[in-house]
Structures are given as structure tokens and as C-alpha cells.
Ligand binder design. Structure first.
Ligand code: G
Ligand code: G
Ligand code: MN
Ligand code: NA
Length: 254
């Protein structure tokens, strides 16, 4: 098992990595951006997943410094895109946990080393719906501050947790990411199609974008297009990869 000291060293010695998964715009089939997913390239244990060390990072408080590194790395990736891609409109989403929203370091990191691009609003943060409900005031003020800085907010794993559609109204958010358990049931369970249709309808009425997570089949993709879902992410479209260039250079969907 990893210790706090190991993780602290990992951060200091550059063993953390971001892997990137494409998010595809279903209206034109093009990659619109990526989600950055944290990995630990451990010298002896190989590539560790967030489940192996993010809970430790949260318990110990190291998640604050790690989260700062994640934002810095996202800015470096964007800077690289801006230097090499003409009129770049790609976005990058990072995951942010509760402890980070309660801490001013997040806002400092966002304000520091932000590259200038053609579109602005290139950074998104993904937060869990639990965080929005349980910790409304502390969380909301950070989210409002982020949005003032041009950062957009997405609710991760939407529909899986304690929140409900009616909360959408009061949340300072720009997108919802429909939990992959509902997407898995598309074409199989009518209730899942009804839930996804309901989220899409509600979100549209409130001007909130909808991203489907965990899209693994063409049948699911067809259903999402039929339902008018804005964007999709999942193994069908692309797995998380260490090479962000491969991810953004994917050919457009048919
Ligand atoms: O990459 P994977 O699907 O294993 O990610 C699992 C979970 O780990 C995701 O749901 C995500 O919320 C969380 N996660 C991934 N990267 C980060 C990160 O940079 N910071 C935090 N706090 N959580 C992350
Ligand atoms: O909670 P969050 O959505 O941030 O987590 C993203 C996680 O979901 C990543 O660990 C990623 O590996 C995983 N993931 C991404 N696409 C798919 C998919 O199509 N199917 C499954 N089962 N997992 C996926
Ligand atoms: Mn996420
Ligand atoms: Na998610």
C-alpha cells in the first residue's frame, strides 16, 4: 500500500501523469476536447489508477497540491495546442474533489500561467453532484469564482448520486455528464432511455449542455443522437491515452 510520503515524493519527483480521453461533439462528430485523468507512474508498481491513490490524497490533504499540479499541467497542454494548432477551440476538463473546492489554492492555480487562446473558456472543472448538494455554500462560492474567471463547470456522474433534476436549477453549472450506468442501459432498458431523455430535455430548457459518459456501442451512440445529446465520451470514441495528440487528432465520426 502507498503511504503519504510515497505520494508526496511522487508529486515532487514528477511521477504523476495525465491521461486524456476524447469528448466528441455529436452535432459534427469532431473531438471538442478532452478529459484529463490522473495516473501515478509508480517506479515499482507500474501505472496506478486514481482509485489506488486519490482517496489517500484526499485524506492526507495532498490532493490540494496535486490538484494544483493538474491545473498547471492542463495549462501546459493548452499552451502547446495554442502554439501548434491554428484557431484552437479545444477544451480540457479536470476533475476536482470536494477538498479542493474548499481551498483557495485552486483559484490561485487557475489564475497562474493561464495561456491566452483564441476562444477563452477552454478549461472545465468536473465536480460530483454530491459535492454540490452536501456542501452547497462553500462549494458554490468557489464555483461562482471559477466561472467569473471563465472556467466552466460540469457535474460528473450525474444521476448516480443523491441529487435530482430539480437541483440543476440552482447549481452554478454549465454541463452535466450523464452517469455511464444510464448509458449502458440505452437500447436495453426503456427506463434508462427515459432517464437520459429527461435529463437532456431538462438541461436543454435550462441552457445546460449534456455529455454522455461511458459510450461503448454504436447502438448507444445512435440512441444519444436521436435523443439530441450534445456530446459523448467513452471507449467507443477513445480510451484514455498518455498521448494527447493522438486523442485530439482522431478522425471525425461518420
Ligand atoms: O481514470 P479513471 O476512470 O480510473 O478515474 C476514476 C475517477 O478518478 C474519476 O471518476 C475521477 O473523478 C477521479 N479522478 C481522475 N483524475 C482526477 C484528478 O486529477 N483529481 C481528482 N480529484 N480526481 C480524479
Ligand atoms: O468519474 P469520471 O467520469 O471522472 O471517471 C472517468 C472514468 O471512466 C475513467 O477512469 C475512465 O477510464 C472511465 N471510462 C471512460 N470511458 C469509459 C467507458 O466507455 N466505459 C467504462 N466502463 N469506463 C469508462
Ligand atoms: Mn470525470
Ligand atoms: Na464521470
Amino acid at each position: 500500500l502507498q503511504t503519504e510520503d510515497d505520494l508526496s515524493l511522487a508529486l515532487a519527483e514528477g511521477q504523476l501523469r495525465l491521461h486524456y480521453q476524447p469528448i466528441v461533439d455529436l452535432r459534427d462528430g469532431h473531438v471538442q476536447g478532452v478529459e484529463a485523468l490522473l495516473r501515478w507512474q509508480h517506479p515499482r508498481r507500474g501505472l496506478l489508477q486514481p482509485a489506488d491513490f486519490v482517496p489517500l490524497a484526499e485524506r492526507s490533504g495532498l490532493i490540494v497540491d496535486i490538484g494544483k499540479w493538474v491545473i498547471d499541467e492542463a495549462w501546459r497542454t493548452l499552451e502547446n495546442w495554442y502554439a501548434t494548432i491554428e484557431d484552437c477551440r479545444l477544451t480540457i476538463a479536470v476533475n476536482v474533489s470536494r477538498r479542493q473546492l474548499a481551498n483557495a489554492e485552486l483559484l490561485d492555480a487557475v489564475a497562474t500561467n493561464q495561456p491566452t487562446g483564441p476562444a477563452g473558456n477552454a478549461l472545465l472543472v468536473e465536480v460530483s453532484e454530491e459535492l454540490l448538494v452536501a456542501d452547497a455554500n462553500a462549494g458554490f462560492s468557489t464555483l461562482h469564482a471559477l466561472r467569473m474567471m471563465g472556467v466552466r463547470v460540469a457535474v460528473d456522474d450525474f444521476g448516480a448520486g443523491v441529487s435530482s433534476l430539480k437541483h440543476l436549477q440552482s447549481m452554478p453549472i454549465d454541463h452535466v455528464k450523464v452517469d455511464r450506468h444510464f448509458i449502458a442501459g440505452l437500447g436495453l432498458h426503456r427506463q434508462d432511455e427515459a432517464v437520459v431523455a429527461g435529463i437532456i430535455g431538462m438541461a436543454k430548457n435550462m441552457g445546460v449542455g449534456v455529455v454522455a459518459e461511458g459510450v461503448e456501442s454504436h447502438d448507444q451512440l445512435d440512441a444519444l443522437r436521436r435523443l439530441g445529446c450534445d456530446s459523448a465520451q467513452g471507449f467507443l470514441l477513445g480510451r484514455p491515452s498518455a498521448d494527447v495528440r493522438d486523442v485530439i487528432d482522431l478522425p471525425a465520426l461518420e
